[in-house]
Design a protein around this ligand. Structure first.
Ligand SMILES: [Zn+2]
Length: 409
C-alpha cells in the first residue's frame, strides 16, 4: 500500500512537472507550427484521423494553452478549418478538417526541441476530386499504412484509433516503401539534350537511369512517378509541380555533369545537390548549366528573387541535405564494390531551379561526368546504371527509415 501511495505521489509530481505550455501556434510555409515553452516529447502526441468529414487530429497530452486565444482565427485555403482547444484539463487537441487524407507527416525541426510542425495538405479545399475508392480494410487499432495502387489520388492513410497510446514504434514500418510515392525526374528531354560528350547525350542517359530507379523502388514497395518516360521536354517548374500535385514524399532529379574540353580528362565523380544559395563557385557553375533551360525559356514567372526567398533556411533544406547524404553514400558504396576509382564529388548545395518551390525533400543527383571518357563509357553500361539506381533507391529507403525513427524519439 505504501508503495502504491509513493508511486502515486511520484507520478503526480511528474505530471505537474511535465506540463508544457503551448505558447504560440502559427501558419507558416504551409505548416502549422507549434511552439512550446519548454522541451516537448513529441512521441507522446497521439495522431489519428477521422472520416466524414475528414480530419487529422492531434492530442497533445501534458500540455496547456497559454491562453484561450492561442490558435484562434487561423485560416488556410488548404483546410476547411483549423481548431485548437484545451480538450481536457491537460490535453490540447488540434483538429485539421481537410478535403481528404494526405499522409500528414508531422515532425520536430532539427535542433528545436520546443517546436512541432504539422504540414497542411498540399492541395486546396473545395476542389473537385475523384471519389476515394472504398477500401475493404479499415485500420482499427494500430497504425496501418494502406497503400493503394490507384493512379489517381491514391493516398496512403495513416490511421490511429484514439485508443492507441501513441504511434506504433515498430521499426520496420518503413523497412519497405509502404506505397509512399517517390517522384523521379529524368533531367532535360526533347530539344533540351543536356550535356553532350563523345556523341552521347545526358537526356538519354538520365532517362535510362530513372527507369532503373523506378524498378528498384517498386521492388522495395514504393510507388513511383516519372516526370517523363519518353524523350520529351518539360519546363523546370513543371517537374516539381508534378511532385506537389501527386503529393510525393520525395523528389529526385537525375542529371549528368560535364566540363569544358580542356578539363575533360581530369574532372569526374558523383555529386548530389540540394537547393540552397551558395558561394561555392563550382556549384554555381553546375547550377548555371542546369538552369539554362529555364533561364532561356520565356513565360516563367520565376525570378531570381524566388530562388533566394525559397532557399532561406527551413526544414526542407535540412531534410533535403540528409536525403542527399544517404543517397550519395549508397551510390558510392554500390559502385565502389564493383568499380575502381569512383570519385566522391560530395554532397553540396546549389540554387537549382528544378528544386525551387519543392515542398518536400528534394535532391539533384549528378551521376557522373559525361565529358570524362572513362566515366562516360561506364555510365552507358547497364551494370553501372543499375548500381547507381540501386544506390539511389537504398538511399531513399535509408533516409525514410531514419526519418521515421526521429519522429518517434
Ligand atoms: Zn542536367
Amino acid at each position: 500500500m505504501k508503495r502504491f501511495v509513493l508511486l502515486w505521489l511520484a507520478s503526480a509530481v511528474w505530471l505537474v512537472a511535465s506540463i508544457a505550455i503551448l505558447e504560440k501556434v502559427e501558419l507558416k510555409k504551409g505548416e502549422l507550427r507549434l511552439q512550446f515553452n519548454d522541451r516537448y516529447n513529441k512521441g507522446a502526441i497521439r495522431h489519428f484521423t477521422l472520416k466524414n468529414p475528414y480530419r487529422e487530429i492531434f492530442d497533445i497530452p501534458n500540455a496547456r494553452l497559454k491562453h484561450s486565444r492561442i490558435g484562434k482565427g487561423l485560416r488556410s485555403s488548404h483546410c476547411h478549418s483549423i481548431r485548437i482547444s484545451q480538450y481536457k484539463r491537460n490535453t490540447v487537441r488540434i483538429v485539421l478538417e481537410t478535403e481528404r487524407g494526405y499522409g500528414c507527416n508531422p515532425y520536430r525541426p532539427l535542433f528545436s526541441y520546443k517546436s512541432y510542425h504539422i504540414p497542411l495538405p498540399p492541395f486546396k479545399v473545395g476542389k473537385k476530386h475523384v471519389a476515394k475508392k472504398k477500401s475493404g480494410k479499415k485500420a482499427k487499432t494500430k497504425v496501418s499504412v494502406v497503400s493503394s495502387k490507384k493512379k489517381k489520388h491514391g493516398k496512403r492513410r495513416r490511421t490511429v484509433a484514439p485508443k492507441a497510446h501513441m504511434i506504433d514504434t515498430s521499426k520496420n514500418i518503413y523497412a519497405r516503401g509502404n506505397g509512399e510515392l517517390i517522384v523521379i525526374d529524368a533531367g532535360h528531354g526533347g530539344h533540351d539534350t543536356g550535356a553532350i560528350g563523345g556523341g552521347k547525350r545526358e537526356k538519354d542517359l538520365v532517362l535510362q537511369i530513372a527507369k532503373r530507379v523506378e524498378r528498384q523502388l517498386k521492388k522495395r514497395g514504393f510507388r513511383v512517378y516519372l516526370t517523363r518516360r519518353t524523350d520529351k521536354f518539360l519546363k523546370l517548374p513543371q517537374r516539381t509541380h508534378i511532385a506537389d500535385r501527386k503529393d510525393a514524399r520525395i523528389f529526385v532529379s537525375i542529371h549528368a555533369n560535364s566540363v569544358p574540353r580542356s578539363k575533360r580528362n581530369r574532372v569526374h565523380g558523383i555529386e548530389t545537390f540540394y537547393l540552397q544559395k551558395t558561394r561555392d563557385a563550382k556549384s554555381q557553375r553546375i547550377a548555371a548549366r542546369e538552369n539554362r533551360a529555364v533561364l532561356k525559356g520565356a513565360g516563367t514567372s520565376l525570378s531570381k528573387k524566388v530562388i533566394i526567398d525559397s532557399v532561406l533556411n527551413g526544414p526542407k533544406i535540412i531534410e533535403s541535405n540528409k536525403l542527399a547524404i544517404d543517397v550519395q553514400r549508397r551510390m558510392l558504396a554500390n559502385l565502389r564494390a564493383h568499380y575502381r576509382g569512383v570519385k566522391d564529388g560530395g554532397v553540396r548545395h546549389a540554387p537549382f531551379w528544378v528544386l525551387v518551390g519543392a515542398s518536400r525533400p528534394s535532391i539533384l543527383v549528378e551521376v557522373g561526368y559525361i565529358s570524362h571518357p572513362k566515366e562516360r563509357a561506364r555510365l552507358f553500361t547497364p551494370r553501372y546504371q543499375e548500381l547507381i539506381a540501386k544506390g539511389i533507391a537504398e538511399g531513399i529507403q535509408r533516409y525514410l527509415n531514419n526519418r521515421k525513427r526521429e519522429i518517434e524519439l
